[in-house]
Ligand binder design. Structure first.
Ligand code: G6P
Length: 613
């Protein structure tokens, strides 16, 4: 959600900025722009729509010369996507230009005052207020850094900002609070960006800015300051992963690549944490005494990460015998949750930057609960703020719709469940050993589901279903929770109206919507509930539903007595089954989306990292 790139160096800046912005497209955006210091002025070029529009406008960067600049991809919050609302925003007097990720909450009050002070505004954005506010102070002090500091002290809300000043053509200032920003130490210039892929072709030495941090830099110098204005040291972190990890590597879409990366992501996440027949979570400090005192666990997250929590409830309650409540991060703070020392708050987030999730974490901490975060992005805000962190080692996830992050988050839930249950003595040694063995076999089993003949079959089913306007996912127990994720996938990337229900609830309402040809994806992977789900399948079939089933391969014969089309998955330990069930659902949605001609990796209106509430 909004991407920032900035560069000060010896090379031409515009192509670097465009390239960097292209690597941030995954964050979701609806317009893009750049500003360069060029021939004595600040030149802004911006355009609504895809980055290609901007690139064409400035001839791939060749039409604007200059070796220092800032770029931005905007995901509209204040004001519709349009050329004029796109960033960068120039202050009224042309002295200051700004790119911004976040929301300035008091922008209306500030805008009113600035208008009274004689400033005029072109856009509907909150960001233009920042440009004018900095310029307002600059007119007084004629000192760029002082003006930025003064403006920041007046701003409420979240921001990552990149700023240029026409009178200081070699200097870029960046500052952040509650929105991500990194600094890149280059050999031929320095960078800022919202995320590593934007600058990875140019440098591997980066530093994650903390809230309140500011950096003032030129092509060959940098100074970091903390929120108090004191100069601080920042040591570069070396990025070890390859740019390939953030590129498509021969796949048609990032989503398909990431689906296929799941065996590796699972192995990387699970293997280092099982040693000598024990779950080893060195990184966390939950003692047996603390765990014994727990009355409840909240699982707080958004989107697919929340649906991991819905599966997690079954797993954690079954093995640890502690009540578990998954709760949407956007609801958490306003639901008056029961917090305190006897409540553990488990936060799940791929990006580690989701605004609602982060706020929920802060609330939980403020009210005295211990927080444990499952996060994919090292050094992200949530990873830094939580009391304990368990990283998913999924690597960078680029497609907006998550796949490998979901799978690895779920695998961490199993590890955590076994870790807690072991300390509480709520799991028998035999089951503990079985779960651990099954966990170690999981990557291999996912690999089997990804075999070309399986994928082709699912692709065929997608070809029979892609024209449906509505879909219903049904299932019992963990299948009802996995159905939520399957349904979300279809909705978000294929734009098919889709709902997920516990199969037992059908008769309490949803069945009234089943008519001739309605698509019902029926999950029946829980052996003891197979017959019950079959009854539900028969009920919807009797009303004309077109059923696509998903079950264990051992039920192949049985399921085909009732339905024509069934996706099959290998059987694993009952607790771990959701990790296999979700994979065909991802593949199915992927192909439905492709067949419907959708922009799979960048679905309309959605963002990868939702950094505003
Ligand atoms: C967005 C993404 C989802 C993701 C959710 C939560 O909606 O499109 O894929 O599940 O945000 O993001 P997080 O980074 O906190 O896991």
């Amino acid at each position: 959600m909004c991407g920032i790139v900035g560069y000060a160096g010896n090379a031409q800046a515009a192509p670097i900025l465009l390239d960097g912005l292209s690597k941030l497209e995954y964050r979701g955006y609806d317009s893009a722009g750049v500003c360069l210091y060029s021939e004595g002025t600040l030149k802004v070029a911006k355009a609504k729509g895809r980055l290609m529009n901007l690139s064409n406008m400035i001839d791939g960067g060749n039409a604007v010369s200059g070796t220092i600049g800032i770029g931005h991809t905007r995901w509209a919050t204040h004001g519709a996507p349009s050329d004029v609302n796109s960033h960068p925003h120039m202050a009224d007097g042309g002295k200051i230009v700004v790119v911004h990720n976040g929301i300035i909450e008091n922008y209306l009050q500030l805008k009113e005052r600035l208008i009274k002070a004689g400033k005029s505004f072109q856009s509907e954005t909150d960001t233009e207020v920042v440009a004018n506010l900095v310029e307002f102070y600059y007119e007084d002090s004629h000192d760029f850094l002082t003006a930025v500091r003064q403006a920041i002290s007046r701003i409420e809300g979240s921001y990552a900002l990149g700023l240029l000043c026409v009178d200081q053509p070699d200097t870029l200032i960046a500052v952040k609070k509650d929105s991500p920003l990194i600094f890149g130490f280059g050999s031929d210039g320095n960078f800022i960006a919202s995320d590593v892929p934007a600058i990875l072709s140019y440098t591997r030495e980066v530093s994650y800015l903390n809230d309140g941090d500011m950096v003032v830099f030129t092509k060959n110098s940098y100074r970091f300051y903390n929120a108090a204005g004191d100069e601080i040291e920042k040591t570069p972190e070396h990025i070890t992963w390859e740019i390939d990890a953030a590129e498509k590597g021969g796949y048609e879409h990032f989503m398909l690549k990431e689906i296929n990366e799941q065996p590796k992501a699972l192995r990387d996440t699970i293997s280092p944490r099982i040693k000598g027949g024990e779950v080893v979570l060195d990184d966390i400090k939950l003692t047996a005494d603390y765990l014994k005192g727990l009355k409840r666990i909240y699982v707080v997250a958004c989107g697919s990460a929340y649906y991991v929590g819905c599966v997690g409830k079954y797993i954690l309650e079954k093995t640890c015998r502690i009540p578990v409540e998954p709760i949407l991060a956007s609801e958490f703070r306003y639901a008056n949750p029961i917090l305190g020392e006897d409540t553990l708050v488990l936060i799940i987030s791929q990006s580690g930057e989701t605004a609602d999730t982060k706020s929920a974490l802060m609330e939980a901490k403020a009210q005295g609960s211990r927080t444990l975060a499952i996060v994919n992005v090292v050094g992200s805000a949530i990873a830094k703020a939580a009391d304990d962190v368990i990283y998913t080692w999924a690597g960078p996830e680029i497609a907006v719709a998550t796949t490998k992050a979901y799978s690895t988050q779920l695998s961490v839930i199993y590890l955590l469940a076994m870790y807690i249950a072991r300390q509480l003595g709520t799991v028998e040694q035999e089951e503990y050993a079985q779960v651990l063995r099954a966990l170690e076999e999981l990557p291999e089993q996912v690999m089997k589901i990804l075999a070309p003949e399986n994928i082709e079959q699912i692709q065929y089913y997608a070809s029979r279903c892609f024209s449906h306007k509505d879909a219903f996912f049904i299932g019992r127990n963990v299948d009802s929770a996995v159905g939520l994720e399957g349904s979300l996938k279809l909705k978000e990337i294929a734009y098919v109206h889709s709902e997920a229900y516990a199969a037992g609830e059908l008769k309490h309402g949803p069945i009234s919507l089943i008519e001739d040809g309605t698509l019902v994806v029926a999950l029946a992977t829980v052996p003891e509930l197979f017959d019950k789900t079959m009854s539900n399948i028969k009920e919807v079939r009797a009303r004309g539903a077109n059923v696509l089933a998903l079950t264990l391969d051992c039920f192949d014969e049985e399921i085909h007595k009732t339905v024509e089309r069934a996706m099959l998955v290998p059987q694993t330990h009952l607790l771990l089954q959701p990790s296999l069930t979700v994979v065909p659902l991802q593949i199915f949605s992927y192909y439905v989306a492709v067949m419907r001609g959708c922009d799979v990796d960048k679905p309309r209106n959605l963002a990868k990292s939702v950094t505003v509430e």
